[in-house]
Design a binder for this molecule. Sequence first.
Ligand code: AVI
Length: 316
Amino acid sequence: MACLHFYDFHPPLSDFQAEILAGLSSRQKTIAPKFFYDAEGSQLFDRICELPEYYLTRTEIGLLERYGDQIAGAVGPEALLFELGSGSSRKIRLLLDALRPASYVPIDISKHHLRVAANALFSDYPWLEIHAVCADYAGSWNLPPGLEGQRRIVFFPGSSIGNLTPGEAAALLKRMARLVGDGGGLLIGVDLVKNVDVLEAAYNDRQKVTEAFNKNLLVRINRELDADFRIDRFDHLAFYNPELDRIEMHLASPEAQLVRIADRTIRMAAGETIHTENSHKYSLASFRRLALRTGFRPGKVWIDPEGLFSIHYLSA
Ligand code: AVI
């Protein structure tokens, strides 16, 4: 029967200052990509998803529209559908229409996003049972009560798996395999290795929205940690690393400069970079190999005619 429940597992907040200072003190300076998504960064990411060069979102939505019936056939009926992370409402709606699952369990670290999204879905899908869980899906959390015994499917769209190193990705897939258990499955969007120009254009858009998204990290650190990054003294750098099959994003300092953060001074040498994100790309074979290491069996895969993006169904 239709219902909407919220469960708050109080995900631990990360210590922003400690993590930023540790990352900027290492030999290759780093800022973790999870810090992109403050209110401004989340809005910039929504704009990225609409950019002509950023084919990922559009192509994945096209696959869900075109192959919804086949996907539903592979996944099977009456499942308990988990979604990890705040997904695009368009994607989950397409999947709900195609699958008509028994229950839907969105898991998100942001209580506000989760509430807004779950309320909107509840009013548009009156037949759906929704159990919204506020938790860090990569951390520890418990299954809401009363959901035992149903077949479980995880939906993990957007190629978010690509923002993890292959080792981290394997660890997360293993957790998902344990969550869904025997008979369960994972429907996962994975961006494909392709022509370097197409890949690099997607992270160097002409409207410079990705540049603003990258530099917003420095704006955020200035505001929240009383730092004095001169945003105009950093360059957005995004390039394909063919040895590691990934787009790397960095913030490069063309000249030597000092930056004050809290009570510390960070020294940037001329040409030095802060590494802010990896976005790994897979071939069908390399993603299947990764999945096989984690307790999943590769099943059907859907790809657009240009070979840009894939959706894999893996069974546990
Ligand atoms: C969220 N994630 C899959 C995006 C990506 O393509 O790796 C984040 C992003 N970074 C720059 N543009 C988009």
